[in-house]
Write a protein that binds this ligand. Structure first.
Ligand SMILES: [Mn+2]
Length: 494
């Protein structure tokens, strides 16, 4: 909230938000100095306020800052906090006439500052008004009068676009298609989907889609386009399935590049985009322009990731860390599209990726694609379903909630992968087993609760965990384990 002293911020907050949602600078002044109006306590008060706000935002809780916030310096740390936790900052501005604020403060004996204070607040506020969006506020609401404020009957909390927790599926989550239309159709039919013709077919977008007779929904992890043999047919099929509510689709990095190309931006025709563009150029003029217009709208509206089935399932192209799930920021979108890279390149000249899934400890299942793997495998509640169909692998779907994998083999190797695409040799360890072979001290140190089949919630006290670990570590042979332990528990190791 932004407004001069006496502009009615606290009353508005009391009326429309939970008392625990509102962090007031006055209250924090009192917390640290027993006096709400002690201006000397301002810095400490804001330390406390920012600290609590950070905890709330980390937990994804709506947080209302009740302070004047009329100076850019005061708002800056708040916008930064919102960004750090991938929350959207919203400004509610109380641009009320000076007389209203002066009168209200006169009625309050504890506000004994002179009228110049409010005049200055008002000036700072007016100077700030136009720049709020540039400062990073994603929505700005301005009240110009007492009537404006009083006319608000309710503050409506809109869920983010990525929040589809109301949709419970069942789902069939389909890996990177990359123009493998024949395999896509075969997979859909194997999953039980049936072809339906559109009633009013649009020439530019083909006339059919696939629908499951039991109302299952396909969820595409993105990278529909580029590289493969029938890119536009694949794209149009996904488009029609999304339009008719038979599918959801999150964008892949290839969709974004394709969209930028369609918008006339300077994009290199590499990594298979040339094939997409060639198919488009081959369309008759009239169809092409309709297709282009529709495709831009469709691509531009794709949402970075989805939270599904009461928040139990997350689908994102390159996966998603726990702290970013269901949040909205540029960084979240970036992660969904490209994952996290080290900034280095590997021996094939490809960006070296950070394996976020190895560190994942979240409760939500994350299903993703982006990096082709020979076999989809579970790792810490995440699974990569991109089995490199276009590279001669297969096209895979994960049936949710059944956790059943269904795939169809590629008919051809349509594209030679830069990094060799190796098939699994039979009896190797699963990636989860390899992962579990290395103990991460953070997973076992400190007070722990474990649930067993016989007894739920057994408490492992910190000192007991440490002792157990100490005994176990005498038998440690894995040097990586030794290193982890030594770093995490230096004093006890010695
Ligand atoms: Mn990708």
């Amino acid at each position: 909230m932004i407004g001069a002293s006496g502009s009615g911020k606290s009353s508005f907050a009391r009326q429309h938000f939970l008392s625990t949602e509102v962090l007031s600078s006055d209250y924090c002044r009192a917390l640290v100095s027993d006096n709400e109006n002690n201006q000397k306590a301002t810095n400490d008060a804001f330390d406390v306020l920012h600290y609590i706000a950070a905890k709330r935002l980390a937990a994804g809780k709506l947080t209302v800052i009740d302070a004047t916030n009329v100076q850019p310096e005061a708002r800056k740390p708040l916008v930064r906090l919102a960004r750090d936790y991938h929350c959207l900052p919203v400004a509610i501005v109380f641009d009320l006439p000076e007389a209203v604020c002066q009168n209200r403060n006169k009625e309050r004996p504890d506000r004994d500052f002179g009228p110049h204070v409010i005049r200055q607040h008002r000036m700072q506020l007016r100077r700030s008004l136009r720049g709020l969006r540039r400062e990073g506020f994603r929505h700005v609401f301005v009240f110009n009068s007492v009537e404006d404020v009083d006319s608000v009957s309710q503050v409506v909390r809109e869920p983010l676009w990525n929040d589809k927790s109301d949709e419970h599926g069942p789902f069939d989550i389909i890996g990177d298609v990359h123009g493998c239309y024949d395999e896509l159709v075969e997979l859909l039919e194997k999953l039980g989907y049936e072809q339906v013709n559109l009633e009013n077919p649009d020439n530019a977008m083909d006339g059919h889609y696939y629908r499951h007779p039991e109302g299952r929904k396909a969820v595409f992890v993105g990278d529909i386009v580029d590289r493969g043999p029938r890119i536009l047919s694949s794209f149009k099929l996904v488009y029609n399935m999304v339009k008719t509510d038979n599918a959801l689709c999150v964008p892949g990095n290839h969709e974004i590049k394709f969209m930028r190309k369609l918008q006339g931006k300077d994009v290199q025709l590499k990594h298979g985009l040339a094939e997409t563009i060639a198919e488009m150029e081959a369309l008759p003029d009239e169809q092409r322009s309709v297709f282009q217009k529709e495709a831009i709208i469709f691509l531009d509206n794709l949402v970075s990731h989805y939270l599904l089935d009461g928040g139990k399932l997350v689908v994102a192209h390159a996966g998603l860390k726990e702290e970013m799930q269901g949040r909205g920021s540029g960084k979240v979108r970036e992660f969904c599209l490209y994952g996290e890279t080290t900034g280095e390149t590997d021996e094939f000249g490809l960006p070296e990726r950070i394996n976020w899934a190895a560190e994942y400890r979240g409760v939500r299942q994350v299903v993703y694609g982006h990096t082709p793997v020979p076999e989809p495998e579970w790792l810490n509640n995440t699974i990569n379903v991109d089995t490199g169909c276009v590279f001669g692998g297969k096209l895979t779907a994960l049936r949710y909630p059944e956790s059943e994998l269904v795939s169809v083999p590629a008919k051809l190797t349509y594209c030679e992968p830069v990094r060799p695409f190796k098939k699994n040799s039979g009896d190797r360890l699963t990636i989860q087993q390899i992962q579990d072979d290395i103990l991460d001290a953070d997973d076992v140190l400190g007070k722990r609760f474990i649930s067993t089949r016989l007894r739920p919630n057994i408490v492992i006290r910190e000192e007991n965990a440490t002792a157990a670990l100490e005994v176990m570590s005498r038998f440690a042979v894995n040097r990586a384990t030794c290193k982890t332990l030594r770093n995490a528990a230096e004093p006890f190791w010695r």
